[in-house]
Design a protein around this ligand. Structure first.
Ligand code: AMP
Length: 413
């Protein structure tokens, strides 16, 4: 199938051709006609499948006939809600690319950065708004945003949105778009809570599933290194010195872990930067740009900060910590070997992470290649180290945390 077969308008086709796309991807082929027919849809697809264009192109097409209204007269007719700022920016860049030969205007709003410039752009009028939930609600409260005219609402990375605790915000946003509207829900995986959300707000949705979330590309070599926890940093340095070349993302589970590893790698002379939830938006964006432009070749990230980010030309992924959720492994590893290229995933597993290997292998129906020839082997009989508290009993005397302490809880991603 070609893009022409999808009946897209000429200016959109021209922009797509200039972006270098020859043919639509599978998710685009399946999604675009359904969006143009104004269906509600649930799409299960991961980043890298071309899912952004799958909703951006038909949205532009649907708005194309009304593009020539004066700027001031423009109302928000398409709203795309994204869980992370990086992803929101990336979606906005996609819209800008595909709408270059139209008069449709789009903008992006997200937290962690000054609100005033965002207000100025919104006041001038846009057709398409891409937003993270918190900032969107904030701007709505201040009467800067009117959602009465939204015809298409996109919820991108819905599973992550719910994992990050945005369920009430999402439901509120949906209610604020009062007009009868089409809802497009995109999610890498469709766990029960996403299904519940879909049942609550979508009407007779059509379903599209692209590449099961349990598959990893056959182009990826997936290597497993058993190593004592205390030697993980040494092994990582050893691999970087002797084995791994090119552009690399290293995943860690916590912000603290990311910072610690970054310091060590910097000390050892590597070109490295990092992204996680405690860094300012500017710092995160700078790190990402430096990585994309090739100024640094190693990016260390938590899962949440890196989710959905489109980085091409990745040669290797290192799972410094194994993820406790097997689907996360698939997301991480899927970032390499894109578009027919090959790549390698290196997983470092300490004694306490052995169970994670089991569940990952079950999910991907594949045995990881165990690499035994390295300087820090793990004694096969090694038991997980359990840090015992000197105190007896639980440190949470009441057994439960108070509401106040829960509120103070810092994000770990
Ligand atoms: P996404 O899944 O939306 O993050 O897209 C992943 C990457 O695929 C992005 O770099 C897009 O520019 C690229 N892409 C999207 N659609 C196509 C297509 N039809 N042909 C080739 N590349 C595409």
């Amino acid at each position: 199938m070609s893009f022409k077969d999808l009946n897209l308008r000429r200016p959109i086709l021209r922009a797509v051709a200039e972006a270098g796309y020859d043919n639509p991807t599978l998710v685009q082929e399946k999604t675009i006609p359904l969006v143009l027919e104004k269906n509600d849809i649930i799409v299960s697809a991961q980043t890298g499948t071309g899912k952004t264009a799958a909703f951006a192109l038909p949205i532009l097409q649907l708005l194309f006939d009304r593009q020539d209204v004066a700027k001031k007269g423009k109302t928000i007719k398409a709203l795309i809600v994204s869980p992370t700022r990086e992803l929101a920016l990336q979606i906005e860049q996609n819209f800008k690319t595909y709408s270059v030969y139209t008069n449709l205007r789009s903008t992006v709003v997200y937290g962690g950065t000054s609100i005033e410039p965002q207000k100025e752009i919104l006041k001038k009028g846009v057709d398409i708004l891409i937003a993270t939930p918190g900032r969107l609600l904030d701007l709505h409260k201040q009467d800067i945003i009117n959602l009465d005219y939204v015809e298409t609402l996109v919820l991108d990375e819905a599973d992550l949105m719910l994992d990050m605790g945005f369920i009430y915000d999402v439901k509120k946003i949906e209610r604020l778009c009062t007009r009868e509207k089409q809802i497009l829900l995109f999610s890498a995986t469709i766990p029960y809570k996403v299904e519940q959300l879909a049942n609550a707000i979508l009407t007779g949705p059509k379903r599209i599933e692209v590449a099961k979330n349990s598959s990893t590309s056959t182009q990826i070599r997936q290597l497993l290194y058993y190593v004592p926890k205390r030697n993980k940093i040494e092994l990582c340095l050893h691999l970087l010195r002797n084995t791994i070349r090119g552009n690399i993302i290293i995943f860690r589970r916590t912000k603290f872990g990311v910072d610690k590893l970054e310091k060590t790698l910097l000390k050892n002379g590597y070109n490295v930067d990092s992204i996680h939830g405690d860094k300012s938006q500017t710092a995160r964006q700078e790190a990402l740009n430096n990585f994309k432009k090739g100024h640094i070749n190693i990016l260390i990230a938590t899962d949440v900060a890196a989710r959905g980010i489109d980085v091409t030309n990745l040669d290797a992924v290192i799972n410094f910590d194994l993820p406790n959720i097997p689907e996360t492994y698939v997301h991480r590893v899927g970032r390499t070997a894109r578009a027919g290229k090959s790549g390698t995933a290196y997983s470092l597993c300490s004694a306490d992470e052995k169970n994670y290997v089991k569940t990952i292998q079950q999910l991907i129906s594949l045995q990881l290649d165990v690499m035994e020839d390295h300087p820090y082997p793990l004694d096969p009989k090694a038991k997980p180290v359990i840090h015992k508290s000197k105190k007896t009993g639980s440190k949470h005397k009441k057994g439960r945390k108070s509401v106040a302490s829960k509120k103070k809880k810092k994000r770990w991603y």
